[in-house]
Design a binder for this molecule. Sequence first.
Ligand code: 26V
Length: 822
Amino acid sequence: MASAMTTKISRTVLATSDPETLAAEILRALKYRVGKDMTVAKPHDWLTAAIQVVRDRIIDQWIRSTKEAYDRREKRVYYLSLEFLIGRLMRDAFSNVGVLDDMRVALRSLGVDIDVIAALEPDAALGNGGLGRLAACFMESMATVDVPAHGYGIRYENGMFRQEISDGWQVELPENWLDHGNPWEFERRERSFEVGYGGQVESLTDKDGILDRHVWKPAERILAVAYDTPVVGWRGKRVNTLRLWSSLAIDPILLAAFNAGDHVGALRDSNKAEALSKVLYPADSTSAGQELRLRQEYFFTTASLQDIVQRHLSQFGDLLSLPDQAAIHLNDTHPAVAVAELMRLFMDVHGVDFDKSWDAVKRTFAYTNHTLLPEALESWPVSLFDRLLPRHMQIIYAINAQVLLEARSSGHFNDEQIRRISLIQEGTERRVRMGNLAFSGSHSVNGVSALHTELMKVTVFADLHRLYPGRINNKTNGITPRRWLFQCNAGLTDLARETIGDKFLDNIEELKALDKFADDAAFRDSFAAVKRANKERLANYVAGRIGVKVDPSALFDIQIKRIHEYKRQLLNIIEAVALYDQIRSHPEREWLPRVKFFGGKAAPSYHNAKLIIKLANDVAKVINRDPAVRGLLKVVFVPNYNVSLAEIMMPAADLSEQISTAGMEASGTGNMKFALNGALTIGTLDGANVEMKEHVGDDNIFIFGLTTNEVAERRNNGYDPRAVIEGSPELSQALSAISSGVFSPDDPQRYRELLGGLYEHDWFMVAADFDAYAATQRQVDKVWRNGPDWYAKAIRNVARMGWFSSDRTIRQYAKEIWNVVP
Ligand code: 26V
């Protein structure tokens, strides 16, 4: 059924995409590009050949899109991001150009199973989590809604580490995603730019001795080389470019000669240059403040800006029209040095004065903030910044003088407030505040959910918001329905097509038409059958991967995301322990079988996060083996959570855990993926959960816990977690079980400190929210017991989630920030 239905999506772009033609082309590619014939071809060779065939067709559209943007003098969007969490590309590309099913048939005729070779494609994990995955969804949506756009980032040789679980502990292993080559990318040696570090700034004077220009003479120089990947939109209409920079020593041979005889020393330099694009920083909160990280940030920022300016000048001739032709977006503060770099290019390279440059820069940039966690807000020691980027440091001082002048002359700010507005944080060690730099150098500053945007206005950016009112705006995140529904959940997609027709394929908000089928018993049965098949797929995966058997008729309760204290995996695990306790002490009650799945990576240096992974595994071991539980509760930690695994887990969930401490999750996007695939959410009023509740309706979501304001009140008014714990028998029992070593008999003290924190301060309000959470879980049980009611709610979630498409988000950015007309 699936393939017969999806075939109709096909043949949008490609005149010659029948399976016979494709099969012939695959054989040609295998022979002339891979250099093999059928009899000796390995699965990897088939993968390469299949991709080449479709890639050729994408290239035609790519060249057309690029030329069209040029001929029509269209304004371009440049999305600067240190992370693009792309995942696999094959299914995405095949499905978007409409050849997925024909390729399946073509490959089958050659004796090849497309699903087998698809699984060989490496998962491109050039990102940590939410921010990186959002950038990938945005790239796909910009191509889909026809925004001419380039993504710019770093071509890390080693992306996010591969996580293995050994004796319950996280072990990090390198992920060499480029080992077998990458058929999607094109190296552009001719597109390379010099990147400088260190050295001196010289001041040039004119003939009258007046200071005329600054010239930065870097001590070190390396090359950034472009690698381009085409990004194809839905139905293959537009193909945009993702340009990733790789670092290269300028000339290793010359360098060696230069170091006359010191070959080892010279090679060290070239290794150092190439180290720049070697590895993604595997942390998504605490800024380690490492020099290499700042070097990476400047590396990809300057290469991208030089590229943008060169493209602009060659097409339009004059630099001052840049803001009319280019919208440059800063994905968080990671590329914020762009503000100083573009000023440098304007003033030092093109001789534009400060005022004109500053005006043009502000009209060009826009900035998105993705977190309010104080430890994740980037700042660099002035000493480091000055040593690495001396000219940029001068420019930042000049910008700061301008901003502080505006603040002072407004008369609205006292000294304390002026200090907070400053781009330089004073103290024993002076630091450059990248958020303030990005804010002051942009005409738009946005948050990623309504709540987060309001919090920005009253917390980190309160003073800058008063100085530049109207600059902060909201753009609630979204997800691409192509990857997160059509590809990962063919069963649900086909069911929806049979039921409401094809309109939703091009406008996901048309899923609304499913709403009335929530009351249709036959439809609910079909819906439940699709869910069941997706759960079986996950159960098989888990059995194969970690040897744990789970029952697909149990409630699948899933929390998958980075491991972080504010995301409160701990709350979920403690509730599992409490439930375990209840099942053992009340075997006579009617318990509903439930499987609690966890998945996620901890930053390698984040001690507590790693301990939480170990705890989940320790708890799983005891519960899963206890015969008294009779299989009513299972706990499963699925290793190496990544985009590909998300594609299996999202469609298989009945219950989605979105339980962060209110006010701390900027938006969340996993929450949207689950709901679009028919899971009900149990969550706090945090991030985009708030808006999801508005869209799906109060009756179709389980909300619990303190609100943002209540969290603040508690923290301010002497919150006493110990008293709360003592007042909750369920919680105290669960905590004492864990602290007394029930789950860690080999090391009973293992969790003492972790849980001690709950008694002492409990910053994340685990204790304060526990009872409400546990009670809401029992409410979940109650609804789950009534199958028709549960599925009706699940169907309403699917029907009402269309608004959370990244197509909607991108249209808002295009109209309200970038001023481009798709
Ligand atoms: C910060 C740092 C600090 C220095 C070390 C490396 C590093 C890498 C990333 C970050 C920022 C991470 C911020 C982030 O991922 N925020 C998430 O953004 C999602 C998309 O907007 C949003 O849905 C999540 O709620 C938010 O946590």
